[in-house]
Design a protein around this ligand. Sequence first.
Ligand code: FAD
Length: 324
Amino acid sequence: MSHILVYIAATDGKVKRSSLEVLSYCRRLAADNNLKLSAAVLDADPSRYTDTINQYGADTIFTVKEPVFANHLNTPLIEGLSKIISESNPRLVAFASTESAKEVMGALAARHQAGAIPDVASFSLNGDSVEAERPVMAAKVLSVTSSSSPLVMVSVRSGSYDAVEQAGSAEVQEVAFDFDEGGLKNILKEVISSSGDKVDLSEAEVVVAAGRGIKDAEGVKLVEDLADALGAAIGASRAVTESGLFPATLQIGQTGKVVSPQLYFAIGISGAIQHVAGMANSKVIVAINKDADAPIFQYATYGLVGDLFKILPLLTEQIRSVKA
Ligand code: FAD
């Protein structure tokens, strides 16, 4: 029986939530189409991830154990996944839409003459055809794309599906893979973390996002204090990253990161469509803005109309006292 293969992105002993979302959805899709569900994890020590993957109900877990996977490099990943695809012949390969997934998926699709649909918000498999919806024009429009190739690859935007546990009894299949690092054109010399100990923005459960309303270093401190009290990741609008108050890597939106946390604070953000394109999938949105007509309130679950310089210290103090 053919199968749906899900690539599991994992680092530092933790599987990315977005990969578990894709795996959970593909479990349903596989059952509906009478297919098996497989997961692929490539790492220097993939065994540290198999228990977590097994909690999401895969039938088979393909593991590739190779020291080269201790750090993320696209070339060995393409080679390793290509081997799994050639040997196991899946109907569909699904990725979480991470930064590297698009590059890896493109190369794999070209090599295996597969259809490739990147960055989808939803997809389905109906008979011979894979149909997917992709947000376009700053997420104002959903375009429908389909592929009838015998092998189709999709990358799925984070937050499109829920990660739902369903314990399984997966068979773990180790795939033999020898990689000659000498042939690598790119060599990874050092990994420098841009966010130190802080929470990873694209995977965060809670995001505190700053807009132009924070004005200056005093506003930055208030945002950092709130994020710290909540254990949240910090994000920003483009107005803020362009002003240099926060780095460009924290920009959320059409030309920044797409996030889908459980809780999103929009602090002094007007709610321009290009910003909303990156955060509209958040489960609960709390907006703080002094302008009651700011468009962000159209998307907010809870809205606080007022001066953020007065509201944030009180909010942070309350959260700290509840947590203490
Ligand atoms: P503003 O729109 O200036 O809003 C500031 C808000 O703060 C206002 O609503 C104001 O009422 C409020 N405020 C001010 N002082 C206070 C206070 N003391 N207390 C409470 N509230 C206060 N933007 C992105 O964010 N991400 C993107 O990826 C992105 N991509 C873009 C791509 C293109 C092609 C283009 C053209 C634009 C893009 N933009 C993007 C820019 C976007 O259009 C907006 O200009 C930007 O999002 C505005 O940021 P802001 O909401 O922080 O600032």
